[in-house]
Design a protein around this ligand. Sequence first.
Ligand code: PBG
Length: 326
Amino acid sequence: MANLPIRPRRNRRHESIRSLVRETSLAPSDFIWPLFVKEGEGEREPIGSMPGCFRFGTDVLVEEAREAFALGVPAVALFPALVEGLKDPMAKESANPHGLLQRPIRALKEKVPGLTVITDVAMDPYSSDGHDGIVRDGEILNDETLDVLAAMSVSQAEAGADMVAPSDMMDGRVGYIRAALDETGHEGVGILAYSAKYASAFYGPFREALDSAPKSGDKKTYQMDPANVREAVREVLLDVEEGADMVMVKPGMPYLDVIAAVRANVEVPVAAYQVSGEYSMLMAAGQMGWLDAGAVMTESLVAFKRAGADMVLTYAAKEVARALNG
Ligand code: PBG
């Protein structure tokens, strides 16, 4: 017998002991479910590179969101899949009061009133250039873009959005949007800022889902360099100063150190985004029979919480909520 007075395994002997000493919990209330909306009724169009994800027509989207809410998922984040003909260089369609995003916002607030509706603020789903800002001579214009983002935010708030989530990475946009919301009487509408958003190849499947890949160039002049973490803290602190109610780190799993650094530096709630490529990798390996997709999904989501995230945007929200409800 080894003389071992300290045996960490004693705290792992039974599930009930393990549950007492567990440091991190995962619950459906931690999740925000990102959803893609398209025109039409009864639509449920599968997204090839995201097994289990669909572009929903508004009516189907409302039913799906209702089910998720009943499972304990408190919020959805909406993204519009526009037909190419509605896209233009100024993303004009983004402020259409009867637009593709505005209609499901209204429908959700009417039919599932307790659900928090978060909306994406960025030009790319509406832009014929596929960028998050106005493009002129190959440059992404910062200050000119702020007006488009502000109008988009106000339009979403007018339709009933509870929070707007700028994902564009233009400088100064949080303060600019805050002022625009306040001036139009939407002081109760929150801002979830995509503060530390990296120029990541993990967004590939999402860009397929919305057909929103940049037509030329890349997003490296506005999204962050994956090599940087101090810069993430700087971005987050700026957004908090400008009035962000919550901040986000994105992508998630390859950036757990960034989540931890952000957590250590702000008091506002921190969200992390398990982006499309992360989701697709786990699901694809599951389909190949190489990994247990459900188990790796849950393990990954616990890791986000352990790193310091208060909430996680995940395409698996509804399925994991179902599993957690057991
Ligand atoms: C665009 C936006 C992107 C995502 C959310 N909002 C893609 C991009 O910046 O090119 C990615 C989400 C994902 O990959 O799941 N403003």
